[in-house]
Design a protein around this ligand. Structure first.
Ligand code: ACO
Length: 430
């Protein structure tokens, strides 16, 4: 039997019972729907500090214990044994695929990588210094104008075509944005290459000479993509759900997610971390920098630190830090001054009372930018890389929501603090 909580209005004596709902793991949640009906009140929780916005079977986080599970599988195991497309398949379809299922999925993704030629012409309309996230978000939204066989959200086949298509085409769109910013010709996808190797080729190959794909770089990217693939109801995923809950086409919903991811408090943090490290310059300046972080008047944050859910080590940050060593060693760049600086910064911050008392630990983005840099990805593309990986999660959440026959439009309420009703004053009397 579920626990019941009695809520009473002290003035009127009216009361209601709220029932606790239990998930498979994690804290119970209170069904607060009777509050409005029985007591005429809403709840107030800015920033969703204590509100579950939905029920979901996809990803579980225990922020105190530093646990992250995709469909029940620990991210550490997936990072060691799986590959990004298998993880994407797991997130979307709910269970680990058989060999035949995975082959079919990989084949379908590979064969959807080209984009409509007219869509590529969009890039000509952007200035060369446009931020790639602006281009990617705009071009993803435009996909609804091209792919009409995948916009009927009530048709399961449409939903599946959309899912494969967006995962397949996002690297192509990202590479087109990058090539546009360089003024280089677009490089078409190659079906003989795996997902990340193909992406590296589209980014770095040029028509005039052969390009050798570095397997270390492809492997590192694949691992980063696994770690970024999903993170339950984070800001961008919640944005995808909210936009999608209106019945908007899925490309519009994913484009909204790309835009939400861009902010420095979310996916934009990986870019901001490297800006911050370069700004600090050397280990000698760490103390001065941390003094500014702790002085609230300065409005400076230690980027790549802190998380709404993790009040312990972000398990992804641990894996990425280990990967940094391996990637830099394999690429012969163990003398990376930024990596040295970030290690020292982390060491000092983790002993500092300010960060300890607030339970601020490195998050997924503290080290990811160092790896992206080492494999040649430019800083402005870091958040785009995150978007490519997170598309798997966005798609899984969108599918879960849209295939639920009880889907309703997401429509939060508010605490109104504006003026009470007042009469219009003609302009000559104001
Ligand atoms: N540097 C300095 N102080 C911080 C930091 C930080 N990175 N993060 C939190 N704090 C402090 C806040 O100032 C606040 O202190 P106070 O209690 O004295 O006022 C306290 O810790 C709690 O912080 P909030 O901002 O209330 O925490 P919230 O859960 O709202 O924010 C967030 C989480 C946005 C991730 C925040 O920690 C942050 O800005 N971090 C830096 C940006 C970053 O790395 N973002 C990536 C997150 S992971 C991701 O999206 C992929």
């Amino acid at each position: 039997m579920n626990t019941k909580y009695e809520i009473k209005n002290g003035l009127t004596g009216k009361s209601t019972q709220l029932e606790a709902m239990s998930g498979t793991i994690g804290p119970d949640v209170l069904n607060i729907a009777p509050l409005l009906k029985d007591l005429g009140v809403f709840t107030f929780d800015p920033g969703f500090m204590a509100t579950a916005s939905t029920e979901s079977k996809i990803t579980y986080i225990d922020g105190d214990a530093g646990v992250l599970l995709y469909r029940g599988y620990p991210v550490e195991q997936l990072a060691e044994k799986s590959c990004f497309l298998e993880v994407a398949n797991l997130l979307i379809y709910g269970s680990l695929p058989s060999k035949a299922q995975l082959d079919a999925f990989q084949n379908s993704i590979t064969r959807h990588t080209m984009v409509n030629q007219q869509l590529l012409r969009f890039f000509q309309g952007f200035h060369h210094d446009a931020h790639p996230m602006a281009m990617v978000s705009a071009v993803v939204a435009s996909m609804a104008a091209f792919y009409h066989d995948s916009t009927d959200i009530n048709d399961p086949r449409h939903r599946e075509i959309f899912a494969h298509r967006i995962i397949a085409k996002l690297p192509t769109i990202a590479a087109a944005a990058y090539k546009h910013s360089l003024g280089q010709p677009f490089i078409y996808p190659r079906n003989d290459l795996r997902y990340c190797a193909n992406m590296l080729n589209m980014f770095f190959a040029v028509p005039c000479e052969a390009y050798a794909i570095d397997p270390v770089a492809a492997e590192a990217l694949d691992l980063l993509f696994i770690l970024h693939a999903d993170h339950e109801q984070n800001a961008s995923t919640s944005t995808v759900r909210l936009a999608g809950s209106t019945g908007a086409n899925p490309y519009a919903a994913i484009s909204a997610g790309v835009s939400a991811l861009w902010g420095p408090a979310h996916g934009g943090a990986n870019e901001a971390v490297l800006d911050m490290l370069e700004g600090i310059g050397s280990t000698a300046n760490i103390d001065d920098f941390l003094a500014r972080v702790k002085d609230k008047r300065d409005n400076v944050r230690l980027m790549g630190f802190g998380h709404r859910v993790y009040k312990n080590f972000d398990p992804r940050a641990k894996i990425i830090r280990g990967m940094c060593y391996r990637v830099l060693e394999k690429l012969g760049r163990t003398d990376s001054p930024l990596f040295e600086l970030s290690l020292r910064l982390e060491e000092i911050a983790l002993k500092d009372e300010y960060f300890v008392s607030r339970k601020l630990y490195p998050n997924v983005d503290f080290y990811s930018g160092i790896i992206y840099s080492a494999i040649g990805i430019p800083r402005s593309m870091f958040t785009v890389m995150f978007a490519i990986a997170r598309t798997a999660g966005w798609v899984a959440h969108w599918q879960e929501m849209v295939s639920d026959p009880h889907m309703r439009i997401g429509r939060p309420r508010q605490l109104y603090t504006g003026p009470k009703k007042q009469d219009y004053v003609p302009i000559e009397r104001r």
